[in-house]
Write a protein that binds this ligand. Structure first.
Ligand code: ADP
Ligand code: MG
Length: 700
C-alpha cells in the first residue's frame, strides 16, 4: 500500500491544467512510461541546462548573439503590410542609449499590439542580434511589464524534450507539479544531512527546477546530489532488504564429492582458463559454507561463464540437489542448453529446458520429472518461476543477465527451494563502484581472460561515404564462406531519428545485391521467426544477418567473423563492445567495421578510438566511465546510469558507497522500517519505485 502522503505526487499528469491527451502521449514518450506519467515523474525530470537572462545591459552595451533582458520603451509599430505575410511585424523600442527592433514573423497584429503597447515600458528578454546594422531581437522569449518583473525567472531551466513537446508547456507542467508538492518527512539521517550538506527534499526539487544560480542545476552540486542520494539510497535499501531476506535462513551445505565436476571437466574439448578455475573454486567454496551464496560472475560475452555455471550445478547435483539457470530470453535459454547438454550428458547430469514454448504433454513431463528429482538442472526463462514449477530440492539458482529481472522474479526463483544459493551471471563488465549500485553487496568473480585460441578482432572505423566499399567487402566475405552480421540501430522510423538507417531498408538493399544469402532479424519479429533467422544464420543457410540490436546479448554463432555496425557513433561504448562480442568466437580471424557519419563529435571520436584499441570489457567499462566524466557537464541524459533517473556514475560515484553504508546502518538499527523514520523510508522506496522490496518486511 502506497503511503497516503504520496497520493498527490502519484496523481496523473493529466490532472494538471494544460496537459491533455496529446501532451500525455508526448510525456509518456519523454519519461519512458507505458502509462500516463505521474507528477513525481515530472518532478524527477531534471534540467539539462539553463538559460541565463540576468545580463541586463543598456542597448548600447549589448553583445550581439547573447541572451539579454532589456528595459525598453515601446516607440512605434510597423505591422506586416497586407498581403505580404513574409514581411515581419516590427516593433521599434529604445532606451536612453540606443534603439532595438523587436521582430515577429507571422504574428497576429492584435497580439503584438497588446503585448507591446506604444509609449509603455517593457522588459524584453531573448537573444539579441545585429541585422542590417541595427540591433534586433527576433521573437523575444519573454515580455513583461514592470509590475510583473518579479515573476520573470532570470535563470530558466532547459529540459530534455521530445519532438512535439514545447519547452514552455513542459515548464508550466513542472511548475504546477511543484505547487502540489506535499511536505515530506525526512528520510535521510541527520548525520548524513550534515556531512553532505544536503538541503531538504522539497528545497532540492525547487532549486533544480527554479534555479537561482547557474550552478543550482549542476549534478555535482548539493541540490541534484541530494536527489541522487535519495535515488541511490532507495536502490541500496531495496537491495539490502532482499539480501537480508536471502541471507536469513542459514544456507545449507550444497556440494558433493567432486565426481560429477571431474567428469564435466574431463569431457571438455578445451582446458579451463585460470579465471574459470578460480571462479569455480570460489563457488564451490561458497556452496560448502552454511551461509547462503550471493555471488556475481562477471565476464565478457564469450568468456565462458556457462561452463562455470554448469560446474556449480554439477557440485549441487553431487549432493543430490537441483539447480536452475534462468535467462531473460528464449534465445539465451536455448543457447545455454545447447552448450550444456553435451557436456552434462557425458557426465550423467540430467538436464531439461522449460520456456514458454514447452507446452501441454511435454511440459507436464518435464514438471513431473522435476518434482520427482529426476532432473538435476533445469534451464529456462521466466517460465521457471510459474507457480506449478515445483522442484524436489532446488539448491542453486543461476540468474543470467540479472539486471533484466526485477526483484520479484529473482526472489520467486530462490523461493522454490530452501536456502537456495544464488549465482548471478553478467556479461556487462562494470567497475566495482557500479556493481554496488546494481547488485548491492555481493561477492564477485571475474573472468578476465579470453579462452585460449581466440583470434583477435581487427576493428576499423570507416566513414559512411565509403559504404559501397564495405558492401563490396561483404560480397567477398560471402564468397569466402564467411558469416557476416550487419547491425542497424533501429527497426522503423518510429524513433524519428531520421538519419538512422531502417533495418528493413538495408535488408532490402543487401538482398537485392546478394539474394538469398541475406536474412533479417529485429525486435518486432515473433520469438519463433527470430529464432528461425538466427538458426539459418548459425547453420550457414544464410551468410549475412541484418539485425537490430536484438543480437546484442548472448547469441553464439562461432562461425560469424565479420560485423558491420552502422551509425556506430550513435552507440555507447558498452553497447559497441557487447555487439562486437558476437564475433571473434571461432578459430577464424574476425573483422569489425564501424561505419560512422561525419562530422563526429569529440565524444564519439574518443569512443570509437577506445573500441578500436581494446577488446577488454573491463577496460572499456572503465574508459566509458572516464569519458562520461569528461563529457559535457550538462550534456545528454544518455550518460545516466541505466535504470536510474537522477544519479550519474561520473558525478555521484562516491555517493553510491555512502548510500550503501546508510542502507546497512538502517538494516542494523531498524530492519523492519518502523516508527517515523521507517515510514519516511517506506515513502522513499515508493517514490523511486523500489517498493517491490516492501512486502519482504512482513514476509517474516
Ligand atoms: P559466455 O556465457 O560467457 O558469453 P559461453 O559460456 O557461452 O560464454 O562460452 C562461449 C564459448 O566459449 C562456448 O562455445 C564455450 O564452449 C567456449 N569456451 C568456454 N570456455 C572455454 C575455454 N576455457 N577454452 C576454450 N573455449 C571455451
Ligand atoms: Mg552466456
Amino acid at each position: 500500500m502506497r503511503p497516503d502522503i504520496l497520493h498527490k505526487l502519484f496523481a496523473p499528469v493529466t490532472s494538471l491544467s494544460g496537459v491533455g491527451p496529446k501532451q500525455d502521449k508526448l510525456l509518456r514518450f519523454l519519461l519512458s512510461h507505458d502509462e500516463t506519467p505521474r507528477l513525481v515523474d515530472l518532478l524527477l525530470h531534471l534540467p539539462a541546462s539553463v538559460i541565463d537572462r540576468r545580463a541586463r545591459p543598456k542597448i548600447r552595451d549589448v553583445v550581439p548573439g547573447s541572451v539579454v533582458t532589456l528595459e525598453v520603451t515601446i516607440d512605434r509599430h510597423r505591422p506586416t503590410p497586407p498581403g505580404r505575410s513574409r514581411v515581419p511585424y516590427l516593433v521599434y523600442a529604445s532606451d536612453d542609449t540606443g534603439d532595438v527592433v523587436l521582430t515577429y514573423f507571422r504574428a497576429k497584429a492584435d497580439y503584438v499590439e497588446k503585448l507591446l503597447p506604444v509609449g509603455e515600458k517593457r522588459y524584453v528578454s531573448g537573444t539579441a542580434q545585429m541585422y542590417d546594422g541595427t540591433l534586433q531581437m527576433t521573437h523575444p522569449d519573454r515580455v513583461v511589464s514592470e509590475a510583473d518583473l518579479a515573476k520573470l525567472s532570470l535563470i530558466e531551466p532547459v529540459y530534455p524534450l521530445t519532438e512535439g513537446l514545447a519547452l514552455g508547456s513542459l515548464r508550466r507542467a513542472i511548475a504546477q507539479a511543484l505547487l502540489r508538492l506535499p511536505a515530506m518527512p525526512e528520510w535521510i539521517s541527520e548525520e548524513v544531512l550534515r556531512r553532505c550538506k544536503f538541503p531538504a527534499w522539497s528545497e532540492a526539487l525547487h532549486r533544480v527546477h527554479e534555479p537561482r544560480e547557474l550552478t543550482d542545476v549542476l549534478p555535482q552540486q548539493r541540490y541534484w546530489s541530494r536527489l541522487a542520494f535519495d535515488e541511490l539510497l532507495a536502490g541500496q535499501l531495496a537491495l539490502a532488504l532482499v539480501r537480508a531476506q536471502l541471507r536469513r535462513p542459514a544456507g545449507a551445505r550444497h556440494t558433493g564429492d567432486g565426481h560429477l565436476r571431474r567428469k564435466v571437466i574431463d569431457g571438455l574439448p578445451y582446458a579451463l582458463t585460470k579465471s574459470q578455475q578460480d571462479a569455480a573454486a570460489a563457488i564451490a567454496d561458497d556452496l560448502q559454507k552454511p551461509l547462503r551464496m550471493l555471488r556475481l560472475l562477471q565476464g565478457d560475452v564469450g568468456s565462458g561463464k556457462t561452463v562455470v555455471a554448469l560446474l556449480a550445478a554439477a557440485a549441487v547435483a553431487e549432493a543430490g540437489k537441483q539447480a536452475a539457470i534462468m535467462a531473460p530470453t528464449e534465445i539465451l535459454a536455448r543457447q545455454h542448453i545447447k552448450t550444456i547438454t553435451p557436456l552434462a550428458e557425458r557426465a550423467g547430469i540430467r538436464v531439461a529446458i522449460l520456456t514458454g514454448r514447452e507446452k501441454g504433454k511435454e511440459r507436464r513431463a518435464i514438471l513431473s520429472k522435476l518434482e520427482a528429482g529426476e532432473l538435476d538442472l533445469l534451464v529456462g526463462t521466466h517460465a521457471l518461476i510459474q507457480d506449478d514449477v515445483v522442484f524436489k530440492a532446488l539448491a542453486l539458482a543461476v540468474v543470467d543477465e540479472q539486471h533484466r529481472f526485477g526483484v520479484r522474479e529473482r526472489l520467486a526463483l530462490t523461493q522454490k527451494g530452501e536456502a537456495v544459493d544464488v549465482l548471478v551471471l553478467s556479461a556487462t563488465p562494470i567497475p566495482r563502484t557500479l556493481v554496488l549500485t546494481y547488485f548491492g553487496d555481493m561477492d564477485i568473480s571475474e573472468l578476465r581472460e579470453k579462452p585460449a585460441g581466440r583470434q583477435p578482432i581487427d576493428t576499423r572505423a570507416v566513414p559512411a561515404n565509403r559504404l559501397n566499399e564495405v558492401i563490396d567487402a561483404v560480397g567477398r566475405a560471402i564468397k569466402a564462406k564467411r558469416r557476416v552480421y550487419w547491425i542497424c540501430p533501429l527497426v522503423e522510423e518510429s524513433d524519428k531519428i531520421d538519419n538512422l538507417i531502417d533495418a528493413e531498408q538495408r535488408f532490402a538493399g543487401l538482398q537485392k545485391r546478394f539474394g538469398d544469402h541475406v536474412g533479417l532479424v529485429h525486435g518486432k519479429l515473433k520469438g519463433a521467426e527470430k529464432d528461425q533467422a538466427m538458426m539459418q544464420f548459425a547453420s550457414g543457410e544464410i551468410s549475412v544477418l541484418v539485425a537490430t540490436t536484438v543480437v546484442e546479448v548472448g547469441v553464439d554463432v562461432p562461425a560469424a567473423s565479420v560485423m558491420v555496425i552502422e551509425n556506430a557513433e550513435r552507440f555507447g561504448l558498452a553497447q559497441l563492445h557487447q555487439l562486437r562480442g558476437r564475433i571473434g568466437r571461432g578459430s577464424e580471424a574476425s573483422t569489425c567495421i564501424l561505419l560512422y557519419r561525419e562530422p563526429l563529435s569529440e565524444m564519439s571520436k574518443a569512443r570509437l578510438s577506445v573500441i578500436r584499441e581494446t577488446t577488454d570489457g573491463f577496460r572499456i567499462a572503465e574508459e566509458d566511465l572516464r569519458l562520461r566524466g569528461e563529457g559535457d557537464v550538462l550534456g545528454t541524459r544518455q550518460s545516466g546510469l541505466p535504470g536510474f533517473r537522477i544519479a550519474r556514475a561520473e558525478f555521484h560515484a562516491q555517493l553510491i558507497a555512502q548510500a550503501r553504508d546508510e542502507a546497512l546502518r538502517i538494516m542494523k538499527d531498524n530492519p523492519r522500517l518502523t516508527g517515523m523514520h521507517g515510514e519516511a523510508l517506506r515513502a522513499l522506496l515508493y517514490l523511486f519505485e523500489r517498493d517491490e522490496a516492501i512486502p519482504l518486511l512482513t514476509a517474516g
